[in-house]
Design a protein around this ligand. Sequence first.
Ligand code: MRU
Length: 346
Amino acid sequence: MIRTLYWEDGKLYLLDQSLLPATVKYILCTTPEEVALAIRNMVVRGAPLIGVAAAYGVVLAAWNYRGPGERLPQYLEDVFRLLQDTRPTAVNLFWALERMERVCRQNTDKPPATLARALLGEAERMFAADLAANRAIGDYGEKLFSRSVRILTICNAGTLATCGYGTALGIVRSCFAKGKLNMVYACETRPVLQGARLTVWELQQDGIPVTLITDGMAGYLMQAGQVDGVVVGADRIAANGDTANKIGTYSLAVLAHYHQVPFYVAAPLTTIDFSLPSGHDIPIENRAADEVHKVMGHYITLPEVQTLNPAFDVTPCQLITAIITDRGVARPPYTRSLVSLPAGGE
Ligand code: MRU
C-alpha cells in the first residue's frame, strides 16, 4: 500500500503529492513550520490526512524542543495556531489538533521528552484509527451496490487523502475486491487536478479499472446512463448533512439528482461537525489565482485575467442519497440519522 506519511527516527516523511504522478518522492520534515507549509502548499492534502499530518507537526515541535521547560507551553500554543491557520475547510484538521491539545494538557507537569512520546502515541493512534475507519466505510459502502457497478468520483478521496484505503475510493476498493466494480470514472478536478494526477495513479497501482474524464463530461455520461452511483469524499459535514467537498461536487450532485443517479458521501465520523447546524457556516477556502491561471506551472490563459478559486463547495443535504460513515450508513433526515450513529471508542 502507498504510504502517505511515516515517522522514522524522530523525523516525519511526507509523500509529495504535488509531484505525482511524474515523481514519487518523500519530503523530510523536522519542524512544525515545514509541516504547516506542506499542508498549505498541498504537498499533503485530503481532509483526514491533513489532520494526521498536523498532529505529527505537533509531535515534531515537542520532540525537537531544546528551550527552557517553562517556555514550552507558549511555544506549543504558537505551533497550534500555525497549524490551525493552514487550511480552513477540512474539520479533521481542527479535530486532530484538539486531540493533541488534550494530550498537552494531560502532560503539563511532565518533561518535554515525556510529552513528546505521549504526543507521538496519540498521532499513531489517529493514524491507525483512520485506516480502520476507511476499511469500515468500504465495507458499508460496498453493500449498497449490486453487480458490475460504474462509479463516478471527483478529486481524490483515496489512500492519498487518508492514512490508507481511502473513503470514496475505499468503497471503490471494496467493490473491486468483491468483483462488483465495472469502472471508476474520475473527474480530472480542475484546478489542481487531484483526479487526473492522484486518483488515476493510485487506482492504477491496484489494477482497478479507471477512465479519466474532464469535469464537463459528467453530465454527458449520466445522460447516457453510464453512471450507477456518484461517490465523493467530504471535508466537513454539518449536522443537517450539508457537505463541503472539492469544488465541482455540488454540480455533480445536481446532475445526479436530475438523472436519478444515487449520490453518496463517504466520510469518517470525524468529518462531521455537529457544532454547525447547516453548511451555510462552513468556511470555504479561497486559493491563489495562479492555480487557475496555470496547469502544472504553465500559463493557460492571460496572466492578468481575473479569476475565482474557491477550493470547495457545499452540497445541500437534499441532494445526498446517503452518508456512508465508519459507523454505518446515514439516510435523510440527517439531523436525526447522523446523531444516531454509534460513537467511536476514542
Ligand atoms: O484540496 P484537497 O485536495 O485537500 O481536497 C480534498 C477533497 O476535497 C477530498 O474529497 C476530501 O478531503 C475528502 S478526502 C478523504
